[in-house]
Design a protein around this ligand. Structure first.
Ligand code: FCX
Length: 432
């Protein structure tokens, strides 16, 4: 058995019996109470699922298996120039809870390279779509089309024991993650570069090869991809893309169908699509002001006008966070180190000064601070990746790491079909 699978199997077996014993002894212990506001308010804050790979603190931000983003950057094995962490290492950490060695990360890189062949019919399915189909729609179609290769679906059809569900889920996860950069790069090149595709370079790491297939070979862009694909990977289980993947997976839909569903959730403007909305909003602002270097006063006026027209300020606010998102700060750090003085980056930083007090003054926005999506576009624009309708696909390639590692855990721990209770307003009124 491969070393990661072996380790995962041991850890999962141990945790499964621990949970069984815990449930037997404390199964009726109360952890939460639900208010009417939560029932009508998108279930905010209700503790109702287990997600082993990461946990979000409203003030501290995300921790992956206990490690904050700055700690990950320090401790995970890095790319060839030793600067940014390799997402392969984060995947290992999320799956088995241990920071991997350089050799272990190299093993993941080689595994994924060896599993990265995309079926020909997936390219054909993409080529059948109009070229102006939104890249996220192309992405979900491509992922669903690869379901024909699902090990889980095949083994379920043959009659697999419940105890073994985790095994083909792990295989599907490894195959699917391995193929995503090729699929995502294919979508980019067909949509924006006349289908002038670039063959993979399997000597590169997962992010480096992705950058290469996008047509961006500079060492700095490869580093941006390493950081980007690391910090977008997971944000505990309740966010819409993670929760959708989890819910669909709970029906024993395989990893392909579950991830494809999760990506449809990521494609919404209140979630992952906000990264395209941010840069679109900035470009529109610069155009309407007729300058690349607006003053803070000009930006404040534009923000007020956006709010007055009944729209949200994209990239600001969060359902859980109550501080500037550490993923925003990690990207700011990257910009300070690699591309200080860039015009669009300067605008993003001015917006960071201007927007929070304005949102605060509305008196209803619970978190006036920037989220992950407020910064990412400016970095991509700097390196010439200006086609912003593509940005959420990059987010999706990364998000697959977390939600699929979590899916492996859900199958290994024997989690059941998810089925929360709904009520009618009639029923609610009768309780008051
Ligand atoms: N601009 C204007 N108004 C905002 C706002 C913003 N950025 N953020 C929240 N509000 C408003 C809400 O629209 C709501 O108004 P209403 O009462 O009139 O309906 C009120 O403030 C209370 O909302 P709040 O409880 O603070 O926020 P929610 O948990 O409901 O929603 C999101 C959280 C993220 C959806 C919200 O802040 C938003 O729409 N932000 C802009 C879109 C965005 O950046 N999304 C990306 C989030 C994330 F990082 C990701 O998933 O990628």
């Amino acid at each position: 058995m491969d070393p990661l699978k072996q380790k995962f199997s041991e850890k999962a077996t141990a945790l499964r019996s621990e949970i069984k014993a815990m449930l037997k002894e404390h199964g009726d212990k109360r952890f939460d109470e639900v208010t009417l506001k939560q029932i009508y308010g998108g279930a905010r804050g209700i503790k109702s699922m287990v997600w082993e790979t990461s946990q979000l603190d409203a003030l501290e931000g995300i921790r992956f298996r206990g490690y904050s983003i700055p700690q990950l950057r320090e401790q995970l094995p890095k790319g060839p120039d030793g600067k940014e962490p390799r997402p392969e290492g984060l995947f290992w950490l999320m799956l088995v809870g241990e920071v991997p060695t350089d050799e272990e990360v190299q093993w993941v890189t080689e595994q994924w390279a060896s599993r990265s062949e995309v079926p020909e019919h997936t390219f054909k399915a993409l080529d059948a779509l109009p070229v102006d189909t939104h890249p996220m729609t192309q992405f979900t179609v491509a992922i669903a089309s690869m379901q024909s290769e699902s090990e889980f679906a095949r083994r379920y059809d043959e009659g697999i024991s419940k105890n073994d569900y985790w095994d083909p889920t792990y295989e599907d996860t490894m195959n699917l993650v391995a193929r995503l950069p090729r699929v995502a790069a294919y979508i980019y090149r067909r949509t924006f570069h006349n289908g002038d595709h670039i063959a993979p370079d399997k000597s590169l790491d997962w992010s480096g090869n992705f950058a290469h297939m996008l047509g961006k070979d500079s060492a700095d862009f490869q580093n941006l991809m390493r950081l980007y694909l690391t910090i977008h990977a997971d944000h505990e289980g309740g966010n819409a893309s993670a929760h959708t993947t989890h819910l669909v997976g709970s029906t024993l839909s395989d990893a392909y169908l579950s991830l494809s569903a999760g990506m449809n959730a990521l494609a919404g403007p209140l979630h992952g699509l906000a990264n395209q909305e941010v840069i679109k909003w900035i470009f529109n602002m610069l155009e309407s002001l007729g300058t690349q270097r607006p003053t803070k006063e000009q930006i404040a006026k534009y923000v007020e006008d956006t709010l007055a027209s009944g729209q949200v300020i994209p990239g600001y606010g969060h359902a859980v966070l109550r501080k500037p998102d550490p993923r925003f700060m990690a990207q700011k750090r990257f910009a300070e180190e690699y591309i200080k003085g860039d015009d669009v980056v300067e605008v993003v930083w001015k917006i960071f000064d201007v927007v929070p007090p304005i949102l605060q003054s509305l008196g209803k926005v619970k978190n006036p601070w920037p989220n992950v999506d407020a910064h990412s576009g400016a970095l991509l624009v700097h390196y010439g990746l200006k086609e912003y309708s593509y940005y959420t696909v990059l987010f999706g390639v990364s998000r697959a790491l977390g939600v699929l590692a979590a899916l492996c855990w859900s199958r290994a721990l024997g989690f059941p079909l998810e089925r929360p209770k709904s009520v009618t307003t009639e029923w609610v009124k009768a309780q008051l």
